[in-house]
Every structure is written in structure tokens, then in C-alpha cells.
Design a protein around this ligand. Structure first.
Ligand SMILES: Cc1cc2nc3c(=O)[nH]c(=O)nc-3n(C[C@H](O)[C@H](O)[C@H](O)COP(=O)(O)OP(=O)(O)OC[C@H]3O[C@@H](n4cnc5c(N)ncnc54)[C@H](O)[C@@H]3O)c2cc1C
Length: 473
């Protein structure tokens, strides 16, 4: 560990591993240091409940991973990554036993909203259909790491996306479209009336129409394992069980790339109060279930969907998100659920299922949301509780314990609200750089933000390789 490396990466989450791969494949020597005993960060799979039940403690469904511009350039399939598509990307059930759906088909999605909103939805997404690959590459590489390939579509997306989602949902006349769209915005845990929240909903809808909302066979660990295997094939090294507390803990290197929170980076690299204005946001209360059978949803569509949103009205979803963001645990939480073993039976013993669900709670909250969550599931799937063989719960303290990046249990590694949704960790044209010329940040605290897509890692690696090339000139 004494010879000078080109780059050291701290943290083996999807962004850290992607940064390491991007540097290795350009001929730089790279080593990754990870605090936990396995790689993956927020993309891991573990037997959290009973033997044979393979749960994802964090990410489960990957619209942004399957469509990731950088993952598409890597031979991850050769290293075991296979995307599995449920019959429906997402269903949003109602008390009357029906459901609105987000399908790969725009027509099926629009039809599920009813005749008064079908045309509005089709008109909303039409300008972007067939352009997702270019559009997603353009907005995920901002700011200023690359020129947009299709500036006109990007500008159009900006115009549609910058207003608060509450403005956009007013275009819909009925509750089905409004609630489904509000639920899409809820995936980033921000109040619905925030800056650019329309863009969040649009991103998830367009991703479904372009490439679906797939799950990796075997669980999200497969993404991390494929990235780590590719890195090793390229000559990179991965060291686990190695928590970095100071820069001196690391071998000498020309660049240090941190897949950590900005707060941890400042502490480790001695950057003082550089990130003191960075804000952490609401958390989640996560439950992983081992079930004796599939969830008995009343709505037929929910029995075919990889993801299920549970929030009867846009108003209730908005209230739950606002409460969680302002320090109160919601009485009726908005839930996001995933059903991995519907599409990947190997995740549980024969005939049995794993089920993944979370609701939003305040940062650092220490209560137990299990009963409120199960009451909501029972409302749309009577008999659910009878199927529970075991459950593993994790509130903010447990989430923070699993991963130091979840400060106070914030699974987005920084509040995704206000300008910090897009300009993170600070208002800067170079968000991956720090006051220390050899130290870089690559975690989801940088653009394009949370999710397993590796694009923060890719963008940061670009800043690093420019510096490394400048050093040898
Ligand atoms: C409950 C939950 C559900 C989610 N659902 C989804 C989903 O369905 N789809 C999706 O796309 N995303 C989802 N996410 C978000 C996704 O997991 C994250 O956005 C993503 O993992 C961020 O990647 P990252 O590489 O920036 O950081 P992380 O994945 O958090 O990885 C950071 C790594 O750095 C390590 N580390 C931190 N500090 C140190 C240190 N000092 N020394 C050494 N190592 C260190 C950590 O141990 C960790 O392994 C979910 C997250 C949670 C918690």
C-alpha cells in the first residue's frame, strides 16, 4: 500500500464503484476502501429475516439503473447483471378495488386514469417519447460536465419540470392521475409543492415508458457485485471492512474520491465548515417481510406490478410528505412497496415471497411505524398480516447504522428539496470538486442525486481524470 496510486475511492456504493471503474478503464490505478464487509452501499441484498429469503435493505427497483447512460457502456451483463421486468412497472390501488397503473404503454397508463385525464397525460409525455436516452443522458450529466446533445428537448423538459408538481397535477381532473403523479414525486421524499418537483414525477413516468422499472435478478447486490467484478477485471482493488476516518488512513494517491456524505468528507479531509450549509432531509421507516404467499391485493393490477404506491389521494400523499419533512411522523403514511419475488422466484423458498415497503418519517425519528404501515397495506390487501412469517424493521437510527451516508436516516444523503434538489452539495459549477485540489465528492450528494445509476460517480470521475491528465502534462 506504499506506492503512489492514481486514485483512491472511499466507499463502495454504486457511485464509488462507478467512479473507480471509469478511472480504471482509462488506465489509472485505483483502489476502493469500504467500511462495511460487503460492497454495495445502498444496493445490497441480505437474508434479513429467515434463511432463503433474499431481501434488499435499500434499493430494489431500478428505472434509473437500467437506463443509466454510464451502466450501458459497461459489460455488466457479463458479470451477472440481468434486468427482470414485471408485467407492470407500477400500480396505485384504490379503496374501490381498482388501480391506476404506470405501464410501459402510454395508452394503458392513460386509460387507467379514466377518460377525463387520458388525453392530458398523453399530451404531457408526448414531447419526450422516443427521446428518453438522449434526455436522460443530458440532464444526468449536468451541470456542465458535458454539452447537451438535444438542447431543445432538454429546454422543453426544463420548462415542464421546473414548476412545483402541485401545479402540474392541477391539469388532471380526477384523483387517479393526480395521486399516481404525486406518488411518483414522493419517491424523492420532498414536499410536493417544491421547486422542480414536476421534473421528478416526469422522470419516473418517462423512464417507465422508455425502459420499464426493472429489478436485477438476485437482488440489487447483483448491480454492485457486477460493478466490483468489472473493476477487478480492469485491475482495480477493493478493500472491505476498512472505515476511513482520516486522509492519513489511506495510501498515497494523486486523487481521493469520496462516495460519502459531504459532512463526512469535510471531517475526514479537514475541510472545516465547507459543507455546513448542506441540509439533510426526511428519513424512511423500512420493513422487509418474509411472506408465506403473494400479497393479496384487492386490485388485480397490483398483483402483477413490481412496485405498488399506496396513497389514496394526492392531498393525503402531500400531507404525509410534508409531515415527515417538517418533523412529524405521518398518521397515514404514503407507502412505496416492491414485490421482487413476483418476477424473481429465486428470492424466496418455493411458493413464498419477499416484500419490501417503506413510509416516510422525520430525520432521526425513533418511533415505530410498523402498525401504521400494516394498517395501510391491509386496507388494500385484506389478509396481508396472516401471511407474515417474519419482518425486519429499520427506522432512521438503524438506517444510519447500516450506512454512514444516511445521516439521521436520510436515504437521499441530503434533502432533495429547494435548489438542493439539483444544485448539490453547494451552488457551484464544479460540484464534484472541493477546496482541496486532490479531493473529490462522487456520492448522491452531488448531481444528479439519489438513485442507483452511477452518474454522480461518472461525472466525478470525469473531473478526476481531467486533473490526473493535467498533472502529467
Ligand atoms: C430504504 C431505501 C430504499 C431505496 N430504494 C431505491 C430504489 O428502489 N431504487 C434506487 O435507484 N435507489 C433507491 N434508494 C437510494 C439508493 O440506494 C442510493 O441513492 C444509492 O445507493 C446512492 O449511491 P452512492 O454510491 O452515492 O452511496 P451509497 O450507496 O450510500 O454508498 C456509500 C458507501 O460508502 C461507504 N462509506 C461511507 N463512509 C465511509 C467511510 N468513512 N469509509 C469507508 N466507507 C464509507 C458506505 O458504507 C457505503 O457502502 C434507496 C435507499 C434506501 C435506503
Amino acid at each position: 500500500m506504499t506506492s503512489m496510486l492514481d486514485a483512491v475511492v472511499v466507499g463502495a456504493g454504486p457511485n464509488g464503484l462507478t467512479a473507480a471503474v471509469e478511472l480504471s478503464r482509462r488506465g489509472f490505478s485505483v483502489a476502493v476502501f469500504e467500511a462495511k464487509s460487503t460492497v454495495g452501499g445502498g444496493a445490497r441484498t441480505e437474508e434479513l429475516t429467515l434463511p432463503g429469503f433474499r431481501h434488499d435493505p435499500c434499493s430494489a427497483v431500478h428505472p434509473l439503473g437500467a437506463g443509466s447512460p454510464v451502466f450501458k457502456t459497461m459489460p455488466l451483463d457479463r458479470h451477472g447483471l440481468e434486468w427482470l421486468h414485471p408485467a407492470l412497472p407500477m400500480a396505485h390501488p384504490w379503496d374501490d378495488g381498482t388501480a391506476a397503473v404506470l405501464s410501459r404503454s402510454v395508452a394503458e397508463t392513460a386509460a387507467s386514469f379514466g377518460p377525463r385525464d387520458a388525453g392530458t397525460y398523453r399530451r404531457l409525455v408526448a414531447p419526450f417519447l422516443g427521446r428518453w436516452d438522449t434526455l436522460s443522458a443530458d440532464f444526468m450529466q449536468l451541470p456542465l460536465t458535458a454539452l447537451p446533445r438535444d438542447p431543445v428537448t432538454l429546454a422543453r423538459f426544463g420548462l415542464a419540470g421546473v414548476p412545483p408538481s402541485t401545479w402540474l397535477t392541477r391539469r388532471f381532473r380526477d384523483e387517479k392521475a393526480r395521486a399516481l403523479f404525486a406518488g411518483l414525486v414522493g419517491h424523492v421524499i420532498a414536499p410536493l409543492d417544491g421547486f422542480a418537483t414536476s421534473a421528478v414525477g416526469l422522470v419516473f413516468a418517462l423512464a417507465a415508458h422508455a425502459g420499464g422499472w426493472p429489478l436485477p435478478r438476485g437482488g440489487s447486490q447483483s448491480i454492485s457485485d457486477a460493478l466490483a467484478a468489472y473493476l477487478k477485471e480492469l485491475g482495480g482493488a477493493v478493500h472491505t471492512d476498512y472505515e476511513v476516518k482520516r486522509l492519513d488512513d489511506l495510501p498515497p494517491a494523486r486523487a481521493y474520491v469520496f462516495d460519502t456524505s459531504p459532512t463526512a468528507l469535510a471531517r475526514i479531509a479537514g475541510l472545516g465548515g465547507h459543507y455546513d450549509s448542506y441540509r439533510y432531509g426526511a428519513s424512511a421507516f423500512k420493513i422487509d417481510y418474509a411472506l408465506s404467499g403473494p400479497v393479496p391485493w384487492t386490485a388485480e393490477a397490483a398483483r402483477r406490478a413490481g412496485t405498488v404506491q399506496i396513497g389514496p389521494t394526492a392531498g393525503e400523499i402531500g400531507t404525509a410528505l410534508r409531515q415527515a419533512s417538517s418533523g412529524t411522523a405521518p398518521d397515514t403514511p404514503f407507502l412505496i412497496a416492491a414485490q421482487p419475488s413476483l418476477v424473481d422466484p429465486g428470492r424466496a423458498p418455493e411458493g413464498k415471497h419477499v416484500f419490501w415497503v417503506y413510509g416516510h418519517v422525520p430525520n432521526g425519528w425513533r418511533g415505530d411505524l410498523t402498525d401504521a404501515i400494516e394498517r395501510q397495506i391491509e386496507r388494500f390487501a385484506p389478509g396481508f398480516r396472516d401471511l407474515v412469517l417474519a419482518r425486519a424493521t429499520a427506522g432512521p437510527p438503524e438506517l444510519a447504522e447500516r450506512n454512514a451516508n444516511y445521516v439521521g436516516g436520510d436515504i437521499a444523503c441530503g434533502a432533495a428539496r429547494g435548489l438542493q434538489l439539483v444544485l448539490r452539495p453547494k451552488l457551484s459549477l464544479f460540484p464534484y470538486s472541493t477546496p482541496h485540489p486532490a479531493v473529490f465528492l462522487c456520492s448522491s450528494a452531488t448531481p444528479p442525486g439519489p438513485g442507483v445509476h452511477g452518474m454522480s460517480g461518472h461525472n466525478a470521475a470525469k473531473a478526476v481524470w481531467r486533473r490526473l491528465r493535467a498533472l502529467v502534462r
